[in-house]
Ligand binder design. Structure first.
Ligand SMILES: [Zn+2]
Length: 129
């Protein structure tokens, strides 16, 4: 029941996950450059397949890049000691929530409220004159 130990465990999980992603991302990068170096077969079908593989790899790498950014942001919050503290109410986010959602910056209640606000914001985009 020691929060510091729990946070440390989450930090290690994030760091391991970051390493795994970077490793996988290097593999994807290699595959992608191999695809680009390849002489394109004049056969249309093969080109389409290469393009699909290219697209799949690119979006995979985009997702990996985004996750690394989230992990970096979480690690930065850990370094500055604000990780696990709700940005809205300032209370500790329960460790169970952080274990399920290590990138969470809000407690469940505020996250729900924030989501509703965001959705409400869309409605306000329509002028109400
Ligand atoms: Zn909160």
């Amino acid at each position: 029941m020691n929060r510091d130990n729990d946070l440390l465990r989450i930090r290690e999980l994030l760091q391991r996950r970051r390493r795994d992603i970077l490793h996988a991302s290097q593999g994807a990068q290699r595959e992608l450059s191999a695809l680009k170096d390849q002489d394109r077969d004049p056969e249309y079908e093969e080109n389409a397949q290469a393009e699909l593989a290219d697209y799949t790899l690119s979006s995979l790498m985009e997702a990996q890049r985004r996750e690394v950014m989230l992990i970096d942001a979480a690690l930065r919050r850990m370094d500055t000691g604000v990780f696990g503290v709700c940005v809205d109410c300032g209370f500790d986010i329960p460790i169970e929530r952080l274990e399920a959602l290590p990138f969470a910056i809000r407690c469940e209640e505020d996250a729900t409220r924030h989501e509703l606000d965001m959705r409400g914001g869309h409605h306000q985009a329509v002028p109400t004159l």
